[in-house]
Design a protein around this ligand. Structure first.
Ligand code: ZN
Length: 410
């Protein structure tokens, strides 16, 4: 009899009829069988969906859980109907950074990472403010969480100059220092600069830095209700110019919602050439990038959580199913086919959007798996419960239960 480290029997897999039974050995899926398996710690999925783990391509991990200490001022500006006050919102939020300290950022980021694991998120692209106000406090705190949990969850730290480079002289040196300290990805927010020429300069400098360190480049682009913003386009062009094809991600990019059709199509074509990914976060603002259209073109587009209880967004539990559920309403993605697309946008498409190889349920694949409480994507999204079991690299790392006991009298 074959022996496994872990067995998941009676699983339902996306795109497969009938139950599947999975054997896991040495952190990898070693068998997928139509017959029940034995010989190892065994989980009975009881016919529930088993999927790959979730990916969050865009999270401000240094700001999580700061909402209660900061209040509503930023949200009022940032969330106005047309995102007209987005810049003012960012300026207000930057005040909190004067209080940045590694120790409390570590505590908050650790709590968020544990919530991520609980909800089956095993890969995060974490934006961390790196500028003259935040200094390197967030970078140090979040890198500590990254290193502590590295055997369970992949956290990629983005050195992110939230207040701009040209607007915030000295920020660039902090980003350079963060990369030397071991940050994983060069960040940027070119749209926040005062002129298009400065936005271009911002993109070029950060692309050169990513090229120098051999890393990816992830930017927060065009995050306001202004159809003239073009920093996604600048990022795609920079990828082609500096050999960063497949290594660039454009996040937010809300202005795309207002683009004339030719401008949108031009950007989509450039993104394909540059193999640029997009991460959207439609739940955090009134505008959002054209996620379903890009998805239908086959482009790498994922949904990001973006914030958890911070000055921009007061909600969030690190539950990507909840974010996909919200996105279903906002994007008008309520058919079964679209539900599958949404699920892809928190799994394989999200991986592609941040330059990672999509996880799979095939023999030989890394066993990063979730055992859900319901049997199909529709029900899993509808209830958005934490997975019953979260498996990282073949090991059970979290179990959750949900039950109700009725006392109705009689
Ligand atoms: Zn964001």
């Amino acid at each position: 009899m074959t022996s496994f480290d872990l067995v998941i029997n009676n699983a339902r897999l996306r795109g497969h009829d009938g139950p599947a039974h999975l054997g896991i050995t040495g952190g990898k899926i070693s068998a997928i069988s139509k017959e029940a398996l034995s010989g190892g710690e065994t989980i009975d999925a009881e016919g529930a969906l088993v999927s790959t783990s979730f990916v969050d391509g865009h999270m401000h991990l240094c700001k999580v859980y700061t909402y209660r200490s900061f209040g509503d001022a930023t949200i009022g500006e940032y969330g106005t109907g047309t995102m007209g006050g987005a810049m003012t919102g960012i300026e207000l939020a930057s005040k909190i950074k004067e209080k940045y300290h590694e120790s409390w950022i570590y505590d908050n980021a650790k709590a968020a990472a544990l919530n991520a694991i609980k909800h089956g998120v095993l890969h995060i692209q974490a934006f961390v403010d790196t500028d003259t106000k935040a200094r390197l406090e967030g970078i140090k705190g979040v890198m500590r969480v990254r290193d502590e949990l590295k055997d369970v969850i992949k956290i990629e730290v983005v050195a992110f100059p939230q207040d701009g480079l040209l607007r915030d002289p000295g920020a660039e040196e902090y980003v350079q220092e963060a990369m030397k300290l071991g940050a994983d990805v060069v960040g940027g927010i070119p749209w926040i600069e005062y002129t298009d020429a400065q936005s271009q300069e911002h993109v070029t400098r950060m692309a050169k830095l990513a090229q120098k360190h051999g890393t990816r480049l992830a930017m927060l682009n065009d995050d306001a209700g202004d159809a003239n913003l073009r920093t996604s386009e600048m990022l795609a062009v920079a990828a082609l110019e500096f050999g960063l094809e497949g290594k660039v991600t454009s996040c937010h990019a809300r202005a795309m919602a207002l683009y004339p059709e030719p401008t949108f199509r031009r950007l989509a074509a450039l993104a394909e050439q540059a193999q640029m990914g997009f991460i959207t976060d439609p739940h955090t603002g009134p505008l959002h990038l054209r996620a379903l259209e890009l998805f239908d073109m086959g482009q790498a587009v994922g949904i990001g959580h973006d914030d958890i209880e911070d000055p921009y967004y007061p909600w969030g539990r690190y539950n990507m199913l909840e974010i996909a559920f919200l996105s279903a309403h906002i994007l008008g993605a309520n058919t079964r086919a679209r539900m599958e697309n949404l699920f892809d946008m928190i799994t394989e498409r999200a991986s592609r959007a941040i330059g990672a190889t999509p996880k799979k349920i095939t023999e030989g694949a890394v066993a990063d798996l979730l055992v859900h409480s319901h049997d199909d994507v529709h029900e899993v999204l509808n209830h958005h419960l934490p997975p019953k079991v979260v498996i990282s690299r073949g090991k059970v790392v979290a179990r959750s239960t949900s039950s109700t006991e009725f006392s109705l009298g009689g």
